[in-house]
Write a protein that binds this ligand. Structure first.
Ligand SMILES: [Zn+2]
Ligand SMILES: [Zn+2]
Length: 152
């Protein structure tokens, strides 16, 4: 679990101001919940969580706030080929890639400087200007390898 930084909150407040919105207690709650999570979550996880809590934050507020968080780079949208998007808090994170277990759904993050440099070199060779890159490795995590039927 990460800790929400005051600086991130003030950057978020600034982003809201640019969208002519105020930092309401609901938006602050959404922001801190997202900022303190290390998970790769779906919008419905968030909607459900706030529906269950006393805060009762509406779906519309969640979607609107999430749009801003994505636009301003606080949150990154990730697609693991499940037919729906997942999101992760990106403000405090460096470049990383993902390994996805096809059995239990666990997502592992990894960073490899050599891989990153190699990709840069490839782009140079092809005279290609990259805007983004996605590296996803699918397979079985160590636990699922040990127990081939786990999760079935
Ligand atoms: Zn697994
Ligand atoms: Zn990630």
């Amino acid at each position: 679990m990460s800790i929400m930084k005051d600086q991130d909150l003030s950057t978020f407040t600034e982003a809201l101001r640019r969208e002519n919105l105020k930092l309401t207690p609901q938006r602050k709650k959404i922001f801190s919940t997202i900022a303190e999570s290390d998970e790769h979550w779906e919008v419905d996880d968030l909607v459900y969580r706030f529906w269950e809590s006393e805060d009762r934050i509406s779906r519309a507020t969640i979607y609107r706030t999430l749009d801003i968080l994505v636009d301003y780079g606080f949150v990154r949208k990730v697609d693991f080929g499940e037919g729906r998007s997942r999101y992760e808090y990106a403000a405090d994170k460096k470049y990383h890639d993902h390994m996805i277990c096809e059995e239990c759904g666990e997502i592992f993050e990894f960073t490899d400087e050599n891989l990153r440099k190699h990709q840069e070199r490839l782009c140079e060779i092809f005279d290609f200007t990259p805007s983004k890159h996605v590296v996803q490795i699918y397979g079985l995590c160590s636990e699922c390898q040990a127990e081939p039927d786990a999760g079935k």
